[in-house]
Design a protein around this ligand. Structure first.
Ligand code: SAH
Length: 216
């Protein structure tokens, strides 16, 4: 029998995201479209649609799908938006963002991860993503402003120089807390009367570290 239905592991993937509370249809569709198996290590392909973080090169991790979907939903993306991501990692979150926004600039401190992610994203046709090697916590002043900023590595505090790059009405989301242990996903909105801050859910991210990594 010929069927148009997605394979069972992708159906489970969607079900898990919905069950955990993701309801934005555009986000759910995008999570279905982006092939996560191409962003994990070859030996982890079979488990690519389980709801767990997985190791990638340079001792880093690709985030858990629920957390990617949740952060994306919280950003309330529109097709006109310019987005900044700190922490390219595998490039998976950037691919998800690229389908829902106009332009994505994603910054990574490991050259190897930046190069691999860039090649992957090009191959997948995500032409509106630019991958930059650099320290996302210390960007040159001429970069920005952005409608949305997403930090995908743990910060003890949200750097003021990132907040300053938010457009009016802009949203920033970041895991805030100690480098080892649990962080609180925190959302800032720049409104007419200043910054509105909301703490969302607990998460575990690898730490944001200063400078471009010396290793390749
Ligand atoms: N968003 C990624 C997962 C992020 S893992 C994905 O979808 O796969 C966190 C990443 O942040 C790691 O690759 C780490 O090297 C990077 N990182 C940590 N500190 C950074 C900094 N100061 N600037 C840029 N990238 C940083």
């Amino acid at each position: 029998m010929i069927s148009n239905q997605p394979p069972p592991e992708k159906m489970m993937f969607q079900l898990t995201l919905r069950r955990r509370g993701i309801s934005d249809q555009a986000v759910l569709r995008t999570m279905e479209e982006v092939p996560r198996e191409l962003f994990v290590e070859a030996s982890d392909r079979d488990g690519a649609y389980r709801d767990s973080a997985l190791p990638i090169a340079c001792g880093q991790t690709i985030s858990q799908p629920f957390v990617v979907a949740y952060m994306t939903e919280q950003l309330q993306l529109q097709k006109s938006h310019r987005v900044l991501e700190i922490g390219t990692g595998s490039g998976y979150q950037a691919a998800v963002l690229s389908k829902l926004a106009r332009e994505v600039l994603t910054v990574e401190r490991y050259r190897k991860l930046a190069d691999t992610a860039r090649a992957r994203l090009e191959k997948l046709g995500c032409h509106n993503v630019e991958v930059m090697l650099g320290d996302g916590l210390d960007l040159p002043a001429n970069i920005g402003p952005f409608d949305r900023i997403i930090v995908t590595a743990a910060v003890e505090q949200i750097p003021q120089n990132l907040i300053d790059r938010l457009e009016l009405g802009g949203i920033l989301i970041a895991p805030v807390g100690p480098h080892q242990g649990v962080q609180t996903l925190t959302r800032l909105i720049r409104g007419d009367r200043g910054i509105e801050r909301k703490e969302l859910v607990e998460v575990r991210f690898v730490p944001a570290l200063p400078g471009v990594a010396r290793e390749l």
